[in-house]
Design a protein around this ligand. Structure first.
Ligand code: TRP
Length: 336
């Protein structure tokens, strides 16, 4: 009963990549043993960038299937779709009134995304971190596993929680638990295959930059084969050398999928050619993805089962989040 709570989620805004899997979802599976885990599909965050409705619907279900195929067990963890639990939007509005424009304008993701989508710098893109704070705070999460790029959003979540608690809970008994970010262990950060100094992103316009866990195996092999490397021709792991970014990335991927270390992989392939190494990486990646794909294909036939997971996830999430929102409304002076 005393288990700590973990909360995290992914946006259904693109193809789930090998980076999402190795950097995030694979760790989430392990957390299930020791924590009370809640994992959501963040479709409300996804609409800060224009989405095609049919695709969004499909990707949300795909994401659920991927979570389960990767080993997240709906019997152990709470899985739900963000937009189906109205408390997220409700708390986000409240927290908007406790967040400063100045804080939000310092968010690097906002600056990045608004330069990328200059034709659609909407208010949702700006208040995105507030919705994320609502996601986390509703569930009184202790830990939030995220990538480095999301750490700033965890910081602002903590600031908002502390601010609210200090205004309304002076006598103690805080409404919000102040969560901690949990950075994925090193070795799991997967970079783009075409520009290996950038993180592998599921929303990259160039599909050759990422490996989707739903790519055909031959496509995966081809993408790895054409991954950017260097002209030095040496398989050496030099994490601080930008010239080596491509090879470093392939070594990292190989280490992550085989459960080895970068040093061991570099030693093992020392003196080999890039072509042979890429072939070995492709084979190892395909072997890692194969069982996930088999389960995914199996789940694709079980629409009823998936609907039932969504339904019970929604009920479970509502129960927890309504409790927190009720406390917030009471503190604010809303009639409850
Ligand atoms: N912003 C996160 C991302 O893009 C997704 C997300 C939304 C999230 N709400 C969250 C992650 C709450 C952790 C907790 O990766």
């Amino acid at each position: 009963m005393d288990k700590k709570t973990i909360f995290s989620g992914v946006q259904p805004s693109g193809n789930i990549t090998l980076g999402n899997y190795l950097g995030a979802i694979k760790n989430w599976v392990r957390f299930q043993e020791d924590y009370n885990c809640i994992y959501a599909m963040m479709d409300m965050h996804a609409i800060t960038v224009r989405q095609n409705p049919q695709e969004l619907r499909k990707r949300t279900l795909d994401l659920l299937k991927i979570y389960i195929s990767c080993g997240i067990d709906p019997e152990k963890s709470l899985l739900f779709v963000q937009s189906q639990v109205s408390e997220h939007a409700q708390l986000a509005w409240v927290l908007n009134c406790y967040t400063y424009m100045g804080e939000l304008s310092r968010m690097t993701q906002f600056k990045d995304k608004s330069s990328k989508h200059a034709d659609n710098i909407n208010a949702g893109l700006f208040t995105y971190p507030v919705l994320m704070a609502a996601d986390i705070l509703l569930y009184q999460a202790d830990f939030v596993p995220v990538g480095k790029d999301q750490m700033q959003h965890i910081e602002i979540t903590r600031d908002i929680a502390e601010r609210f608690n200090s205004i309304y809970c002076k006598e103690g008994n805080p409404v919000f638990k102040v969560p901690e970010g949990l950075l994925a262990k090193s070795g799991a950060k997967v970079m783009s295959l075409t520009e290996p100094t950038k993180k592998m992103s599921k929303s990259d316009e160039n599909p050759k930059a990422y490996i989707s866990v739903l790519d055909d195996f031959s496509v995966i092999a081809n993408k790895i084969k054409s991954a950017v490397t260097d002209s030095e021709g040496k398989i050496e792991y030099r994490p601080d050398d930008a010239e080596k970014a491509g090879i470093n990335n392939l070594i990292t991927i190989m280490a992550a999928v085989t459960g080895s270390t970068e040093a061991k992989i570099a030693e093992e392939f020392c003196g080999k050619g890039y072509g042979d190494f890429k072939k070995a990486v492709a084979e190892a990646v395909v072997e890692e993805i194969r069982p996930i794909r088999e389960r995914y294909d199996e789940l694709s036939k079980s629409k009823d089962y998936l609907e039932q997971i969504c339904r019970s996830g929604r009920e479970g999430a509502e129960k927890i989040s309504a409790k927190t929102l009720g406390k917030v409304y009471k503190k604010l002076g809303f009639l409850v």
